[in-house]
Design a protein around this ligand. Structure first.
Ligand code: ZN
Length: 70
């Protein structure tokens, strides 16, 4: 005696490029901003001038990720 059981199959979902492109660009811009403020924004190259507010805010993350600091 054998009974056939319908096993659900996984089907790939096609996501159009026009729907994913804004999310990809947004994620890339956000990632680059985070990378800049954690890793690069310091001293003369700082966006906010000679202020140390941003630098001190991300200071622990900078050291944790191994960016040169001081
Ligand atoms: Zn430091």
């Amino acid at each position: 005696m054998s009974a056939s059981v319908a096993v659900p199959q996984a089907r790939p979902v096609a996501i159009p490029m026009s729907e994913t492109l804004p999310w990809l660009i947004g994620a890339a811009v956000l990632g680059l901003l985070i990378y800049y403020f954690i890793g690069i924004d310091e001293g003369a190259t700082s966006v906010f001038g000679n202020s140390t507010v941003v630098h001190e805010f991300v200071h622990d993350a900078r050291h944790f990720l191994g960016f040169p600091c001081h």
